[in-house]
Each structure stands twice: as structure tokens, then as C-alpha cells.
Design a protein around this ligand. Structure first.
Ligand SMILES: Cc1cc2nc3c(=O)[nH]c(=O)nc-3n(C[C@H](O)[C@H](O)[C@H](O)COP(=O)(O)O)c2cc1C
Length: 322
């Protein structure tokens, strides 16, 4: 395939980004994706021990990734994360070329990052947030629909309706995220006007991702009905259904407040599932695409198979117009 604007912007071969995934988007995963021609992102807390210094942990993750690839890779920084300014300074010192910010106001650090020569992409879930991110000077937006695993927008717009509206509203490149796992989703995203895709759930079930084997196997076993959106009053997120989501649904139906939900969840439920493998008491962030994931494979193969299978998808589409 020919390169899109995102490929030139990020210095990559194929416009496929492995999204940040709290606790589990580690250096090995990011390097494998980047080596295959996509772009891998490291999450600052990936593989971090509970009492570790998160700034030093990120520094060691970045060194590790640099030792595994000479291709570009980036860092995902959810803006509310603790010590974000110090994390940004490590990113600058280690000469990382790209940061994907999410879950906060892009006004806070975009100029600081751009002054240091770093490309900034911001994750958005509405047209309003996309135009705001553009006004803040980001290089591209990632339009993430509510099919996505993990935190989603309050308005729950699907990728199919969100992406073309964002494409029409901004002049900067748009990357589609949410509900993409194979060549069909990839081509559909490009047809909607996106210049590339970001995927999370598909990469969770890869050998290089450090998620616990229980979480990966649960993803492989799950079918189309096995994810659910909870915490709509607090911070909506899509996860695998389990005992925790059953309790959350009961609480929400009974009118529990955001505070009650927050108290019930406490801290560390995602880490408990995705790192410790406790699928009863933890939360596995997971996208609605989960039913399409049937095996754990190498992260590089995910990129390569999307690119190679895209030709067959295009051939089928071309036949419809020939
Ligand atoms: C396990 C998991 C954890 C995630 N954590 C983060 C995160 O820390 N920061 C972020 O910006 N997005 C996060 N996401 C969203 C992904 O980066 C990506 O945008 C999303 O997974 C795309 O949708 P998909 O799951 O349908 O592929 C997470 C997704 C998953 C599945």
C-alpha cells in the first residue's frame, strides 16, 4: 500500500498504531509493532511494580525499547496520570519523537511538547473535543468510538459515525480507533476518511504484550456479547463482563452515585486482572471487537496480516465497481 500522511508524519511504513494500554503496553510490545512497520506506544506504568518510581520506570522502558528497535515508537500519556510533567521531561530527555495524550485538556502540555520537537496526537471522542485539540496545536487526532476497550467518551458515539464527522470538522489528519481488528476494519477506517488506525484489544492478545495469560485467554474465548460499558456516571469504560461488572450494573440500576461506584471500585482493579490474572475481582479493559480474536499471535504478525489481507478486501471492493 502507499503511505498516508500519518506515515510521513510519524516516519512509519504502515498507518497502524498500537494504542497505549495502562499497565500492559510494554517496551517489547511497542518495539515488535514498530519493527513490523507500524507504530508502538509505551504506557508509563507498563510492568511497573506497585512501589516503583514511575518516572524512573518509564526511563528504563524507553531504554529497553531503544535497544529492541531503531524504528520510531511513542509514549501514551493519559493527562491525569500522576507526575505527568516529570514523565514528559523523561520523554524529552530520551528523544522520543511522539506522544499520544488522552483523557484531559490538550491545552495543558501540547505546546510544551511541541516546543521540544515532539509530535503530539490527542485521543478524542467527539467533534467538539477534536476541534479543541486542533486549536491547541496537536498534529493529528485519534477519533475513538465507543466500541473501544478501556475508557470511552460519555456520549458513546460509534467509530462509524464519529470518524467521518471529525474528518469533516478538522484540517489535521484523523486516525480511527475502536472496533478495528483486521483488514476489513482497516479499510473501512480509511474509507471513512481516516489516515490510519489505532488498535488496542487485538494487541492485548499478542505474545509480546505483558498482560497476564488469564486475561489473554479470556479475550480469545470471548464472543461478541461479552463486553459491557459500565461506570456511565463516573468514567465510562468498556470491559469484559464478569462479577465486577455484574455488581456495577446492579449498583447503577439501583441509582448509585458516582461516589458510591468509585468507593466500590477502589484502586487497582485493572492491574489485578491484567497483571495478576484475577478475572473475578479485577477489570479487563476490552473492546467490542473481542469476538473476532481467536488466537494469541506475535504483535508483528498483526500488522503484517492486516497489510497483506487488505489487498483481498480492496479486490472485492474493486469488483463491485468494475
Ligand atoms: C486493555 C486496554 C487498556 C487501555 N488503556 C489505555 C490507556 O492507558 N490510555 C489510552 O489512551 N487508551 C487506552 N486504551 C485504548 C487503546 O489505546 C485504543 O485506543 C483502543 O483499544 C482502540 O479500540 P479497540 O480496543 O477496539 O482496538 C486501552 C485499551 C485497552 C484494550
Amino acid at each position: 500500500m502507499k503511505k498516508t500522511t500519518i506515515c510521513y508524519l510519524l516516519g512509519i511504513e504502515y498507518p497502524i498504531i498500537q494504542g497505549g494500554m495502562a499497565w500492559i503496553a510494554n517496551a517489547e510490545l511497542a518495539a515488535a509493532v514498530s519493527n513490523a512497520g507500524g507504530l508502538g506506544l509505551i504506557s508509563p506504568d507498563a510492568g511497573m511494580a506497585l512501589n516503583a518510581d514511575r518516572v524512573e520506570h518509564l526511563r528504563s522502558q524507553l531504554r529497553k525499547a531503544s535497544s529492541l528497535t531503531d524504528k520510531p515508537f511513542g509514549v501514551n500519556l493519559p493527562l491525569p496520570v500522576a507526575r505527568v510533567k516529570e514523565l514528559i521531561d523523561v520523554v524529552i530527555q530520551q528523544r522520543v519523537s511522539l506522544v499520544v495524550t488522552s483523557m484531559g485538556d490538550p491545552m495543558s502540555y501540547t505546546y510544551y511538547l511541541k516546543d521540544a520537537g515532539i509530535k503530539v496526537l490527542h485521543v478524542v471522542a467527539s467533534v467538539k473535543h477534536a476541534t479543541r485539540a486542533e486549536a491547541c496545536g496537536v498534529d493529528a487526532v485519534i477519533a475513538e468510538g465507543c466500541e473501544a476497550g478501556g475508557h470511552i467518551g460519555f456520549d458513546e458515539l460509534s467509530t462509524l459515525v464519529l470518524v467521518p464527522q471529525v474528518v469533516d470538522a478538522v484540517k489535521i489528519p484523523v486516525i480511527a480507533a475502536g472496533g478495528i481488528a483486521d483488514a476489513r476494519g482497516f479499510i473501512a477506517a480509511l474509507a471513512l476518511g481516516a489516515e490510519g488506525v489505532q488498535m488496542g484489544t487485538r494487541f492485548l492478545a499478542s505474545h509480546q504484550c505483558l498482560a497476564h495469560r488469564n486475561a489473554k485467554e479470556a479475550v480469545v474465548k470471548a464472543s461478541d456479547m461479552d463486553t459491557i460499558v459500565t461506570c456511565r456516571k463516573l468514567s465510562p469504560r468498556r470491559t469484559l463482563r464478569n462479577e465486577v461488572t455484574t455488581r456495577l450494573t446492579e449498583m447503577e440500576s439501583a441509582g448509585a452515585s458516582a461516589h458510591d461506584i468509585e468507593t466500590f471500585l477502589g484502586t487497582g482493579r485493572v492491574r489485578k486482572a491484567e497483571i495478576d490474572g484475577d478475572l473475578v475481582n479485577g477489570e479487563v479493559y476490552c473492546g467490542a471487537i473481542v469476538g473476532m480474536i481467536t488466537e494469541i499471535v506475535n504483535a508483528g504478525e498483526i500488522v503484517q496480516s492486516i497489510v497483506s489481507a487488505s489487498e483481498a478486501v480492496m479486490t472485492r471492493l474493486n469488483k463491485l465497481w468494475s
